[in-house]
Design a binder for this molecule. Structure first.
Ligand code: FUL
Length: 483
């Protein structure tokens, strides 16, 4: 054999031995509950809009009694395309419409009640706002969702089993005729007093048993298996525990929901933070209104949240791993008011401006531990803009560091972090430090990361280090962006 063949053979032997010495790298095992594909898609929507519109808009109330005459409902310049095109332009991916609020008035002509749009002057009783919104969403590529209040202050049977049948009949109407519907909102509010077919009394129900939710959920799932159910207790997504636009600084997608139900008192803090060892994946949805009230009131025109406040809410909701559900209520004309449109446009400009250039895209990355020393789990996965790749450490390595060298001194304002949540939420505690003139300084610290964590920072630096202090299992980081 010629010499170079010998050399080649020896090289192959060395290569195969070294390969044999290193155990093959395995994919990290999932930890705790993991999201369904429908929940993952919901997380990725980031921003949805709530639309509160009913007779309340015309009577200047937040909660109608259920006795309001249908003729009160009369938007004179209704233009649903204006609502949906403004929402699309300003970055919203889905819309949830109050098809029926607590007062029981229906925005579609329902076979099961007279207290609906068919008995109003609007389009001489021929209008159907659920249809218009669902169509406009389809046309503009937004997803459509429905709010159907379980509490009904108009219905004579509210509190009896007959009403639950009525409620399910209406769900059938909505899901059979107005789909696809991506999210269904079950409001936990049950105030007690109401019109109730003229009885004008207080009716109390047992929130944990009256509605028999499991049967209702089965009914809806038989029509749309991927439906996202919102209620205080999920099962798909949970209430964030307040209406201020504030997700928990610590925000676990995990929570144990067996003892929870919509409207249960005293669980706000638990809903806000979730729990590290919760047994189900039920992420928090952050609902908040652009105005003080949920419905339009002319006296609140000067109180529309400014672009800066909306941006702040974004940081404290989406930036804490939640999805923002921002309510924008149409006015009596049936249009989004100029003040709201102005605020939404300003908010979008701020988002575009603040997150314009990701300074991490060309960074040089290096980690103290890479799973199996394998390229597949390389630190550079955090900057490749591919949500399917991630940096991972070896099993058992729950504290680790990843450095991003920026190449030159840059002024930075935000660091965005993301976990690869398909395999469960893991990080419990992290720190950011930055480099300047040969020294390292503290930048920020936090607890959970989840779908996305936006950390506000302020520094001039040429390198940033993510220090994972603790994690439920080896951390899986899919993205780091620096602005
Ligand atoms: C609450 C309701 O009582 C409010 O009117 C509003 O619909 C809000 C989103 O949920 O529970």
């Amino acid at each position: 054999m010629k010499l170079h063949y010998w050399l080649l053979a020896v090289q192959c032997l060395i290569f195969s031995c070294s390969k044999r010495d290193k155990p093959p790298v395995t994919e990290p095992a999932p930890v705790g509950p993991i999201p369904t594909q429908a929940q993952l898609d919901w997380h990725d929507m980031r921003m949805n809009a709530f639309i509160h519109f009913t007779i309340n808009t015309f009577t200047d109330r937040e909660w109608g009694m259920g006795s309001e005459p249908e003729k009160e409902f009369n938007p004179t310049e209704l233009n649903v395309d204006q609502w949906i095109s403004v929402l699309k332009e300003t970055g919203f991916k889905g819309v949830i419409l109050t098809c029926k609020h607590h007062d029981g008035f229906c925005l579609w002509p329902s076979k099961y009640t007279e207290h609906d749009i068919a008995n109003t002057p609007f389009m001489n009783g021929k209008g159907d706002i659920v249809r218009l919104v669902s169509d406009a969403c389809k046309k503009n590529g937004l997803k459509f969702g429905v709010y159907l209040s379980p509490w009904d202050r108009n219905h004579k049977d509210y509190g009896k089993p007959e009403y639950v049948t009525y409620y399910r009949n209406q769900l059938n109407e909505l899901f059979d005729n107005y789909g696809p519907i991506f999210e269904m909102w079950f409001d936990g509010a049950n105030g007690g007093d109401g019109f109730y077919g003229g009885k004008n009394e207080t009716r109390r129900i047992n929130g944990s048993t009256y509605y028999d939710w499991p049967a209702t959920l089965d009914l809806v799932r038989s029509k749309n298996p991927d439906i996202i159910f919102f209620s205080d207790a999920g099962p798909s997504v949970r209430w964030v525990g307040n209406e201020k636009g504030l997700a928990g600084e610590t925000n676990w997608n995990n929570i144990s929901i067996d003892t929870l139900y919509a409207g249960k008192a005293g669980i706000e803090n638990l809903l806000n933070t979730g729990s590290e060892n919760g047994t189900s994946w039920v992420p928090a949805e952050t609902d908040v209104s652009i105005r003080p009230g949920w419905f339009y009131h002319a006296k609140e025109d000067s109180l529309v949240k400014s672009p800066g406040r909306l941006f702040d809410i974004y940081l404290r909701s989406v930036g804490r791993g939640s999805v923002l559900l921002l309510n924008v209520p149409p006015d009596r004309r049936g249009l989004f008011h100029d003040e709201d449109v102005k605020a939404l446009k300003g908010f979008k400009e701020m988002l575009d401006q603040e997150f314009k250039t990701d300074l991490a895209t060309d960074a040089e990355t290096e980690a103290t531990n890479v799973r199996g020393d394998n390229e597949k789990y390389s630190s550079s996965n955090v900057i490749d803009k591919d949500p399917e790749t991630y940096w991972a450490t070896d099993d058992g390595v729950v504290s680790s560091q990843l450095i991003l060298k920026l190449g030159s001194i840059r002024k930075i304002k935000y660091v965005k972090l993301a976990e690869y949540i398909k395999l469960g939420q893991r990080v419990k505690s992290f720190k950011l430090i930055y480099h300047k003139d040969g020294e390292w300084f503290d930048l920020a610290e936090g607890t959970t990361i989840g779908h996305e964590r936006i950390v506000e920072v302020s520094a001039e630096t040429d390198a940033v280090k993510l220090v994972i202090n603790d994690s439920k299992a080896c951390p899986l980081i899919s993205a780091i962006e620096i602005y």
